[in-house]
Design a protein around this ligand. Sequence first.
Ligand code: F6P
Length: 547
Amino acid sequence: MPKSLTATSHWQALQKHAREMSGRHMRQLFEQDPQRSERYSLFAADWQLDFSKNLITDKTLQLLLALAKQQHLTQWRDRMFAGEKINHTENRAVLHVALRSRSGETIEVEGEDVVPQVRAVQAGMREFSDAIRDGKWTGYSGKAITDVVNIGIGGSDLGPMMVCQALAPYAKKELNMHFVSNIDGSHIHDTLQRCQAETTLFIISSKSFSTQETLNNALAARGWFLAQGGSKDQINRHFVAVTSNNKLATEFGIAPDSQFELWDWVGGRYSLWSAIGLPIAIALGMDQFEDLLGGAYAMDEHFRNAQPEQNMPVLLALLGVWYNNFLECETYAVLPYIQHLSSFPAYLQQADMESNGKRIDRNGLPVDYQTGPILWGGAGTNAQHAFFQLLHQGTKTIPADFIIARDSHSPYDNQQRMLVSNALAQMEALMRGKSKAEVAAEMLAKGLPQTECARLAPYREFAGNKPSNALFTDQLTPAALGALIALYEHKIFVQGVIWNINSYDQWGVEYGKQVANSVLPVLEGAPISAIDVSSSTRELISRLRRS
Ligand code: F6P
């Protein structure tokens, strides 16, 4: 029987250290060490990380790094890059890094070099995206494509949508990009109302080509296309597929020539680097897509080569483990102070929570420690006017990542300085806090009576000691974004290794789908006795089905 993680000496040393740290305040840590920010800063692939505003000391880092070593982090990392089947429950390699490799090295899965296949698909993406962008690929009436509708869900939606939004300043303005994911028919309906059949291209994006939402939205789109004047023999001018299931895509009616290949060693939530990124290539051009890949590759190289104590994904992951497992923080917030990254928290929710929301370890045993945290967030400064009250004065400690660019793409430079000043101020205020005495003195200086100052001081006090990371870059370019996404991907990987779970399967989403498949026929009229569900669900069905 393998020793439980929580029984190991490194884990227990961290527990003991967490008790020692619980009485410390970051204000004191900064007072004691003027070099703290310098010492707790790193640079990698266009990004700087200042992690000095965390409740840590050198000892914390040493203990966390020892835990990573105990869990064989570097060996696991090398196994992933070598194409080993580390996704053991699906018997698959995990090789999204092969999609952005620039080294020229061979990367093998079961003895076959996958790099030539990757390059061939990328060449196809270039040819196709150029043709759409140049107006050489036309719709059935000979007009250029003006609207591209990506139909997909989860990893086949969130990544490309987030990147298209994040890099909108680089996009071709004449092309309207749409993303349809929800089975709620309003999503496709509302989108189609903004399109003309003769100038619309649909990308049916589904690794499995069997996802209910995607297939039904694709059927709706095809029906609309035919009803609007398109004909069956023109479908291949207007519908392409990205999939690893060519058989089902062909059965759907998309010709093999109009299909872009995807492999089983690319996980859905890690797939934006593959042909799932076709909307990105169309919106931005293939050169920019390559820059995105290049940025991710730079972070891959950093992750592969930097020593653990200088390794940005490793440190970010270990800080997360520190809060999640030793300081009992259940959630963490991702706060981009970049409006174009407002979808980044939603994208990361899938990447992180679908990867590490697991309770069975790699030995098939239930864990007795916390795994994946609850990730949430929103764009600053909007978030300041929504949930920051709880960050500052609530009863929970919520570690946060602040993502900042020095320069924006807007001409309103004064607003950019205000934006950055808000981000810096929030991190400082969260860390520093403000004592009752400081609050009272401020009020007194404004002329408030002493009794009023005393009455209000407890409400206006800030305990501080709230951790944050500052992640910043010069400007959100394609390369910087690629590196940022790869940083979080590797952070998720490292945490999965620490927790000894498989970050690359997603059995947890299957059960609900299965029950939905049995409820649907009953909602459509089959006898309610046909399904085995609780009295609650039975009652809900009878109230919600049309009689
Ligand atoms: O939510 C489950 C999931 O399998 C995700 O992992 C995936 O990104 C999504 O569904 C879509 O899957 P597909 O690309 O096969 O349609």
